[in-house]
Design a protein around this ligand. Structure first.
Ligand SMILES: [Fe+2]
Ligand SMILES: [Fe+2]
Length: 257
């Protein structure tokens, strides 16, 4: 299935422009909050989704034995889903901006870059749907993250294969840990509900499964980046620290704003 996805992704056109600086700016205009809203609106005509339904995570009126989420838990979910959407927006834009300069010098990376981009686009779409279902607003930092992630992708793409892969390794390390944290929290809720003898809705379990699947795909990207020479980047330590620090800062801000 992954091979099929890679083949489909490999056939996608890659954003190209004759003027390198435009490579950095163009993706920003293709992923605006407006485009997210449009994507959300169209979810009703999309194929049936396996994502949690709107009523499931927020419902407080289910049968007595059905576990309901507290206000604090709902606040956690709002914040978590908002950050996840912002993170996937950034990941999509990083790969979009990185690909043109990178492929000019390393055309053999086309299939890998297209595959990773296609998976990020799928993640982004998943969180767009979840935000629309639960009526959660995107982060107010959306335009800033769009510019910052496009610049990060474009600049590391220009620096070469090792720097681009070091960027991917750093981002995916932080994002993998981030999703792991969310999975742990949700599994804790499930355990508490089970101990109280409450029914855990399928939707909560589905959300856990979705987060685990996405986390695993992020960790695959991390492994691919290491295989493609991430640790040969110079200066590797500096790149790794700067990108990981930036990711942690962006997560912290997006949870609050
Ligand atoms: Fe992702
Ligand atoms: Fe990823």
């Amino acid at each position: 299935m992954k091979a099929a996805a890679a083949l489909r992704a490999a056939s996608r056109p890659v954003l190209r422009t004759e003027t390198p600086i435009l490579e950095f700016l163009l993706p920003c205009f293709s992923q605006t909050p407006f485009s997210v809203r449009n994507a959300s609106i169209t979810t009703s005509s999309s194929p049936p989704s396996t994502e949690p339904s709107p009523s499931s995570l927020n419902s407080r009126t289910s049968a007595k034995r059905h576990g309901a989420l507290s206000a604090e838990q709902q606040q956690f979910l709002d914040s978590a889903l908002r950050v996840n959407q912002a993170g996937e927006l950034a990941a999509t834009l990083i790969y979009t901006s990185q690909t043109p300069p990178l492929l000019r010098t390393h055309p053999h990376l086309r299939t890998l870059m297209s595959h990773m981009h296609a998976q990020e686009a799928g993640h982004f779409s998943t969180f767009n749907r979840l935000l629309a279902h639960h009526r959660i607003r995107p982060t107010a930092m959306y335009p800033i993250w769009s510019l910052a992630s496009s610049f990060l992708g474009w600049s590391t793409g220009l620096m070469g294969r090792e720097a681009a892969m070091a960027c991917t390794e750093a981002v995916e390390t932080e994002i993998g840990q981030h999703y792991n944290g969310q999975v742990r929290v949700l599994l804790g809720w499930v355990k508490e509900m089970e101990e109280r003898g409450e029914e855990v809705g399928d939707e909560v379990r589905e959300l856990v499964a979705t987060l685990k699947r996405i986390r695993d795909e992020e960790l695959e990207h991390l492994d691919e980046a290491v295989s493609e020479g991430a640790r040969e980047a110079r200066p590797y330590e500096l790149l790794n620290r700067v990108v990981r620090g930036g990711c942690r800062g962006a997560i912290w801000v997006s949870e609050r704003v």
